[in-house]
Design a protein around this ligand. Structure first.
Ligand SMILES: [Zn+2]
Length: 124
């Protein structure tokens, strides 16, 4: 194995192989941490569409393919907004070391609880 591109992630202190294009990494953090750092800097069209409930990260989408097969969710944000969506996508459980900066911001209202995908089953 070529170990020349081995790095230590400054976020989680894990050793990782840096083998993706440079723009895949934020602040030299590993892929997993970079994925979550990206959620701190979402493009403007996703502002107010970021939903974090019980440490699980979701985005409300406008995509033609609907998240959760178009299941309807009613979401109450801690800022007072209440929205309904039939296009919610889950990105996964936020690692513990990101929970203080990616905090819960909403709850689901009287809907079924969104299922949690296993890591390998995240639909995109
Ligand atoms: Zn990391």
């Amino acid at each position: 194995m070529n170990r020349d591109n081995t790095e230590i992630c400054p976020c989680c202190n894990s050793e990782y192989i840096k083998d993706l294009p440079a723009d895949a990494y934020f602040y030299d953090c590993c892929e997993d941490c970079s994925f979550w750092i990206e959620k701190l800097y979402l493009p403007e069209q996703y502002q107010n569409k970021q939903v974090i409930v019980n440490g699980i990260h979701y985005l409300i989408s406008n995509s033609s393919i609907k998240g959760y097969a178009g299941a309807k969710f009613k979401i109450k944000f801690f800022d007072g907004r209440v929205i309904k969506t039939s296009n919610l996508w889950q990105q996964g459980r936020i690692p513990q070391h990101f929970r203080s900066i990616l905090k819960d911001n909403a709850v689901f209202i009287k809907t079924r609880v969104a299922p949690t995908y296993a890591y390998d089953d995240i639909p995109f």
